[in-house]
Design a protein around this ligand. Structure first.
Ligand code: NIG
Ligand code: FE
Length: 431
């Protein structure tokens, strides 16, 4: 605050054509609120030390803020400014790729058939175990660069390609390290229950106990915020999942669950009963599961890139969930098996075209609700005083252009915690 009582800013974005504030309120949005992107036309947005301190109509900018000497002033030239995307579900740290598997799937092989032959998650587990910490860090930082270029400034991300103590901890430590080094903030989730390793195939309960003991080490090192289970056919049963997630809750972790992705198993109902922060995937969710979600605060994290990539159309019943009042968020599910997508705008297009979201619902699901699904509610995903200055300037005059321009990256500038981290990506230097 300066003497005149105006907040001092060290960064201001002025002449914003449409500023999407997401109309900050309390908690994740559903129903009519989930259609409100809170547009301010002809606006400015100012921050100090990475935190938003003022926003409002451009014509009031001079009287409302005090621009500090040396402050950065960015002219948005009438373009759209939105909160940085929050990717609510990724598997960022892994070794290898699985393009041979993709080619087999294109010829008709199913995800489960490939997994049963030793491919799938286990093939990435082998590659991740072989990779050194340094290799994983370098690779993950490269992925995070790509996310940032697509406007993602925060991201939930899971372990689950180690499946033993040493390698699960290795993945989580890589996540921690990358989050410190890179502008994108990572929220870590422990997914030791991603698959049953082959040597435990005939003694599943032993692996379940192994997961619980890994959880103790993860808590000891303060390496994860959430615990997650892949509860589905061929992976963890409802009873195994309940046990693991209850043990996680007891140890102070928030709960997430990969639910009803491959088959309808009742995993969504389980997640709601346990007070999960989110149930994710939901391609095969039952009507009962949708009702439970609608009457709870559990967020449905939908991953339309995954269903499209797997050739599962239309995927999760997104429209029905929105109509029934479920809180919905979006994520890329970036992983080497079922979604190599890293772009939230692409996921918004798929959510609109395939799952029948409106552009407004897609934006709320990719920012505000995704922040709540990632444990970042009230800090990012919207603009108000006190929120982080995580902002994206798009090369667009109307926010509806962003999901409309299928597969095109319209990100022009990205600001993370008040620092310019991507600038003028739309400019070319042709020689
Ligand atoms: O979210 N569903 C489980 N886990 C990932 C797939 C992981 C893999 O195939 O490597 C997913 O789709
Ligand atoms: Fe996943």
């Amino acid at each position: 605050m300066t003497k005149a009582g105006k907040p001092a800013v060290d960064l201001v974005v002025k002449n914003i054509g449409q500023l999407l504030t997401m109309s900050p309120g309390e908690g994740p949005k559903r129903g009519l609120q989930a259609q409100d992107v809170g547009v301010l036309e002809d606006a400015f947005l100012g921050s100090n030390q990475g935190v938003v301190v003022a926003l409002g109509p451009q014509s009031f900018m001079e009287e409302q803020i005090d621009i500090m000497p040396g402050a950065k002033v960015i002219d948005a030239k009438g373009k759209v400014v939105a909160p940085g995307f929050v990717d609510a579900h990724t598997h960022l740290v892994f070794g290898g790729w699985r393009y041979e598997e993709y080619a087999l799937r294109c010829k008709g092989a199913s995800y489960l058939e490939i997994a049963e032959k030793g491919g799938g998650i286990m093939s990435t587990v082998r590659a991740t175990r072989e990779a050194s910490r340094e290799e994983l860090i370098e690779r993950s930082l490269g992925f995070m660069d790509e996310m940032l270029r697509n406007g993602t400034t925060s991201c939930e991300t899971k372990s689950g390609y180690g499946l033993d103590l040493e390698n699960e901890l290795k993945q989580l430590e890589v996540i921690r390290e990358c989050s410190v080094i890179h502008p994108v903030d990572l929220v870590p989730t422990f997914l030791g229950a991603h698959a049953i390793p082959p040597k435990f195939q005939d003694r599943r309960q032993d692996y379940v106990e192994e997961v619980i003991s890994m959880m103790d080490a993860v808590r000891e090192g303060n390496l994860a915020r959430f615990v997650d289970v892949f509860c589905d056919v061929g992976n963890f049963t409802i009873d195994e999942s309940r046990y693991i997630l209850e043990q996680g809750k007891r140890r102070g972790f928030g709960v997430k669950i990969h639910a009803d992705e491959l088959e309808s198993t009742g995993a969504t109902e389980l997640g709601c009963d346990l007070g999960a922060v989110s149930c994710d995937h939901l391609i095969k969710v039952s009507n009962q599961g949708i009702k439970k979600l609608a009457s709870s605060n559990t967020i449905a994290v939908l991953l339309p890139a995954t269903s499209c990539y797997l050739g599962e159309f239309p995927g999760a019943p997104g429209r029905k969930m929105l109509d029934e009042g479920v809180c919905v968020a979006l994520g890329t599910d970036f992983n080497p098996g079922t979604s190599t997508a890293m772009s939230m705008p692409l996921c918004m297009t798929l959510a609109c075209s395939v799952l029948r979201f409106s552009p407004e619902e897609a934006f709320v699901a990719s920012t505000w609700n995704a922040a709540w699904a990632s444990g970042l509610g009230g800090q990012v995903g919207g603009f108000d005083k006190g929120y982080l200055m995580d902002a994206v300037i798009f090369d667009a005059g109307d926010y509806k252009e962003i999901p409309y321009r299928f597969g095109i990256n319209l990100v022009d500038t990205v600001i993370k915690r008040g620092k310019l981290v991507v600038s003028n990506t739309r400019g070319l230097n042709l020689v």
